[in-house]
Design a protein around this ligand. Sequence first.
Ligand SMILES: [Ca+2]
Ligand SMILES: [Ca+2]
Length: 384
Amino acid sequence: MRIRHLMAAAALLLLQACGGGDDDDDKSSTVAKYQTLSGEAPLVIGHRGASGELPEHTLASYERAIARGADYIEPDLVLTQDGVMIARHEPMLGGTTDVATKFPDRKTTKMVDGVSTEDWFASDFTLAEIKTLRAKQSRSGRSTAYDGLYDIPTLAEVINLALTEGAKAGRSVGIYPEIKHSTFHKGLFGANVFEDKLVATLHPIYGNTAAAPVFIQSFEVSNLQYLNTQTQIRLVQLVDADDVNADGSMSLVAPYRQPYDFVVAGDTRLFSDLLTSTGLDFVKTYADAVGPWKPYLVKTVNDNVDRNGDGVVNLNDRRVDGSTGVIEMAHAKGLLVHTWTFRNDASGYGFADPQAEMAYYMKLGVDGLFTDFPGTGVAALKGL
Ligand SMILES: [Ca+2]
Ligand SMILES: [Ca+2]
């Protein structure tokens, strides 16, 4: 079964490689090796570190990502009660730490992007308290063998690791911080406090320059527009969706329907509106890159083949059929395209083999991709 699916994936790649029937050797020799905006190799970004191997957003996970060859490591950021930037995917600590056993009485309810959420919130704990917690595996199907071993790193610790390990490896290891839930943090700490803290941390280390090996990302818009007035460091507009419909179209359901600051401001534009020609022109006014969820980038067709071999034909089995045009349109406007998230243990959208999936997007011209398994991303790049 496994072999058959790998062969299907290989056949897909072969078809893609021969796309358009253009097999003229003389012509192909003059075509740039990479279809990225710069012509340079696409970036492999360690999503939450090497979170497919070790608990996400721990120094061990980031270190593993660097060892696997990641060009950048990605700390998602939230604020502690005493205003320290720590690496967590969400302000809630219950899913990724042992907070429930260490602070059982501190569970509370807050509104997060319009959703009433009961959990333990980083903003109710000092850094000293958070440093007593230990990370645990949050994703089902992944090893829990490392639960309880690693603490929660601050941004400063993540930067230090990237610089130290990069120097050891003799190469640049960039950081790709994400400001999580900017509107939520604005409500707790005040307007732009989070954004100002990030800039004040980054500039002394990396300089106020687009040449810094740093990208700042957000799903919200107004905070990136503000950051554009404060820093030359490159900014990335993330573009989310709720899901993919059975017919391959994007599903846009709250809270993944719009940037949350749009919701608050009464701006009716959807995430998908940021990827039209008009939307990309708008993004270009304040950002250097656009970061769409990967289904935005590829067309798919249902040809009734059970590609992942799970016995049912659904949207994960759809045959990937080239670019939607978003990559090309973004590039024409001078925007980089970084897409997410590639996982060895949750491949989909027409691919049984995660390395083939990443290679496919790289061949389409993405400038970078986020993966929980940076080793597979590096292998995909080497195999191009
Ligand atoms: Ca992230
Ligand atoms: Ca299937």
